[in-house]
Design a protein around this ligand. Structure first.
Ligand SMILES: [Zn+2]
Length: 95
């Protein structure tokens, strides 16, 4: 689940040829997600995730979880829902 966009500021110090200190400010954009498998919070750097995935149309799985196993479970869940809807074992008089 996509939660929010965060901008982190990081300061780096650089010493020039003449020995003077320069402070450089860098802004990095991160996106915060909640794992759809274990509910842990995790972040992804802006460049490391496709823009289209930054929405709740997609599922998000953290680094500790196996995305393939998660996807498989999603399929099983979907099939269960479908089986319930198109169950042919239910007698017509019990509907
Ligand atoms: Zn997880």
């Amino acid at each position: 689940m996509f939660l929010e966009k965060i901008v982190k500021k990081s300061l780096t110090e650089r010493i020039s040829k003449l020995g003077t200190k320069h402070t450089c400010v860098r802004h990095k954009t991160y996106y915060r997600f909640q794992c759809d498998s274990c509910n842990a919070l995790f972040e992804r750097e802006k460049g490391s995730i496709a823009i289209k995935r930054i929405s709740n149309d997609y599922k998000h799985v953290c680094g500790a979880c196996d995305p393939k196993r998660f996807a498989q479970k999603q399929g099983v869940r979907q099939r269960k829902i479908l089986d319930m809807n198109v169950s042919s074992d239910t007698p017509i008089d019990k509907l």
